[in-house]
Design a protein around this ligand. Structure first.
Ligand code: SF4
Length: 374
């Protein structure tokens, strides 16, 4: 599978610490550099038939239809697409006007991830999103009118501008739109963001954990009652609409990450990541150099990652895989900790898989890190 990072956004959302630029001046050079990286790394993936292709960012929907088609042309020089390939493009509601959606519908993109976040203007203003509440709604309907069925929307809960009543309404609106996939995250105060600055200078109050907790569990019940499977802490899908791209990450399949800040994984113990700087990325590619660093994961790092990722999902961690793939001493130490957590009811073994019961999912990262091998 391939991930393509499009590092441009119209404006900076107040909570975001991803890599992107709000200046589009270098867009053409960036597109050339992305194509060059695809060419230089064309032999890295053994499997030349792609099951998943993901345009993420940044905001890939700031590209024109022709620019997206140009990237497809380059990709198709080196790979073919599996019949059931999932091709996702992240979009923002303000970009999804009729002309752009029509263009998109003429490309191989077959899944849209829409950065809706909220259907309330007060939330969107605090988040400094480029769209308003009416665009949030209209953009999804428009995409559906042009034939996109496989749509995921992102929603953020726990904003200081929101309340449980508003959150319930957000979920009602999402369900009424009949989208088959929802990704939902708690508003988090990340370092070096406007949100952090506002909290520090007491311009706003920090998101309250108790409220986030309440909204999270309300969402779990509500979406389950509306036909969604809660398959990962932050992800809910109607049957047959799990994100295959994310599922492949969680199952440790190899992937190629193209673009500034993109990460790659060889399926074994090597990870690499590109430089998170647009100008330097382009400059290096112009000189046919790959601006990447890499690391070889130690056994304990692989073990801890497997726990961290697996315990966030409904599939949990495969105990047989742990026993078969890791040093028995590591597995033994881990088993002792697991036993006490099972006695506390925080962990459960189901079909030889270690899972966190859903009622403890809000604390999953803490539970997994308690089990880390250090
Ligand atoms: S559009 Fe997405 S990537 Fe861009 S600033 Fe907002 S949250 Fe971050």
């Amino acid at each position: 599978m391939i991930y393509l990072h499009i590092p441009f956004c119209k404006q900076k959302c107040s909570y975001c610490n991803f890599h992107f630029s709000t200046s589009f001046r270098g867009k053409d050079d960036m597109l050339q550099a992305l194509k060059k990286e695809l060419r230089l790394r064309k032999d890295e993936l053994e499997n030349k038939t792609l099951k998943s292709l993901y345009f993420g960012g940044g905001t890939p929907s700031v590209l024109t239809g022709d620019e997206i088609k140009g990237l497809f042309d380059e990709i198709l020089k080196y790979y073919s697409f599996a019949d059931d390939i999932e091709i996702t493009l992240e979009t923002n509601p303000d970009d999804l006007d009729a002309a752009f959606v029509k263009e998109l519908a003429s490309t191989p993109v077959n899944r849209l991830s829409v950065g809706t976040q909220s259907f309330f203007d007060e939330d969107l203003k605090l988040m400094n999103r480029a769209h308003n509440a009416s665009e949030a709604d209209a953009s999804i309907k428009r995409a559906q009118d042009f034939g996109f069925e496989n749509i995921s929307i992102d929603l953020i809960y726990g904003s200081p501008t929101s309340s449980l009543v508003m959150w319930k309404e957000n979920l009602n609106r999402a369900v009424a739109l009949e989208v088959p996939h929802i990704s939902s995250y708690a508003l988090t105060v990340e370092p070096k963001t406007a949100l952090e600055n506002w909290v520090r200078t007491q311009k706003i109050t920090a998101p309250a954990e108790e409220e986030q907790n309440e909204e999270f569990y309300y969402m779990c019940d509500f979406l389950k009652n509306n036909g969604f499977e809660h398959y990962e802490i932050s992800n809910f899908a109607k049957p047959g609409f799990h994100s295959r791209h994310n599922a492949a990450y969680w199952q440790y399949e190899p992937y190629l990450g193209i673009g500034p800040s993109a990460h790659s994984y060889d399926g074994g113990s090597r990870r690499s990541w590109n430089i998170a700087n647009n100008a330097l990325y382009v400059k290096n590619l112009e000189a046919a150099r790959l601006p990447a660093e890499s690391e070889i994961l130690k056994e304990k790092d692989r073990f801890n990652e497997l726990l961290m990722i697996g315990l966030r999902t409904v599939w949990g961690v495969d105990m047989k895989k742990l026993n078969d793939s890791f040093n028995p001493e590591i597995v033994h130490r881990f088993s002792l900790d697991v036993e006490s957590k099972i006695n506390e009811g925080i962990l459960r073994v189901k079909d030889n898989r270690l899972v966190i019961p859903e009622e403890h999912w809000f604390m999953a990262d803490g539970i997994a890190s308690d089990l880390f091998i250090i």
